[in-house]
Design a protein around this ligand. Sequence first.
Ligand SMILES: Cc1ncc(COP(=O)(O)O)c(C=O)c1O
Length: 441
Amino acid sequence: MTYNTSKSKALFERATRVMIEGGSSPSRGPANYGDYPLFIDHARGSRIWDADGNEYIDWMMAYGALPLGHAHPRVVAAVAEAAAGGTLFAAATEIEIEVAELLQRLIPGAERVRFANTGTEAAMAAIRLARGYTGRPKFIKFEGHYHGWYDDFLVNAHPQPIASLGHRRDPIRIPDSSGLNRQALDDTIVVPWNDLAAVERAIDTHRGQIAAIITEAVMANIGVIPPEPDYLRQVRELARAHGILFVLDETVTGFRIAPGGCQQFYGLDPDISTFGKALGCGFPVAAFVGRAEIMEALAWGGVLHYGTQNSSRVGLYAARASLQVLTEDGAAAFRHLWKIGEQLGAGLRAVFAETGTPAIVQQVGPMLQIMFTDRPAIRDYREFCAHVDRDAYRRLARRLFGAGIYMSPSAALHSVASLAHTDEDVRCTVDAVRKALRHGD
Ligand SMILES: Cc1ncc(COP(=O)(O)O)c(C=O)c1O
């Protein structure tokens, strides 16, 4: 059967008459998908079906928001129960306490919990809290790290030509958007990641002015780039020595790498950490958590954080069901996520070796990305910008759509394993990649 996506094409044409670029986020539009994106009709487990009835093995899992896969029966039942009893109240609920208690038990740094809706909101609240608590204006963020679309973060998050980045001792700050508050980036200090000396220099230059260092636990928006051994702990120590709060963004890594996130996996004790994506298992639930003494600053009259939809009942029912599935039987689900991720990574590496393809797989257990490069490893944003062939990756991903494999079309994103993926899904995917590379252009 020939691969036909004519219904997606027609839907896209209709969509562009009512929404800019046919949708509500550029990630899902032509910037990543070319002429038109696939329109997904429904999904179950590890599979999605588009409007034309084509079936795909889904390795994107809603940008990592679905640790259990699509439409997990326990989540579906929980959501139906919540919706039948009322979705949102202008009042406190017991489910909010229950999920907060679960987070407190699972996450090492979660002495106190505050719910929000998106990773962006959680990160922006975390920075406001750090500024409020320390009374300092600036914060450090790293090149290539994405913490959401809040003005203060939108700098050097997208890949850029290497020649535009400046010297690594004094990075040129490249805003990722027009329309930012003109002062927004004045207090944002940008430094290369996986380079402790760069952080030391920045602290020295802005002595007494820095409220927070915010970092992704694993770089997940420039492919997948793991931290160098002990790097995050050293950054944390440096922050502590200077009265700077260490803010760990676990929006991607939370409930994916280990029950207690990367802070458990790498043995870190962040002052504040942020969660989103996998927490709500497909519903908009996010949280920022931290040391009680710092979180106290959220008390009325201190640092403000509001939200009509914060801790929506439906989202928290989904979160509770998902956290229960993930942590039961001695957190067996995480062993599955790692097994599937490692099988996929190993299979892809074998195919690259077999076909003589200049590509590597970078990975931390369940999250991985293919990088077309002649380098043995990519360690930071600058290496990615200089040495990764993003067009080659994009061509592969688009060919894979036709073979029923849905991997991110963007080289800067990544694939994730879910509880729903099977050994057979891995085998089909590796076979499809082998064929695509053999018959590719
Ligand atoms: C590390 C990280 N932080 C924050 C965010 C923002 O989360 P959201 O899209 O839910 O606002 C993202 C989104 O991809 C992310 O990858």
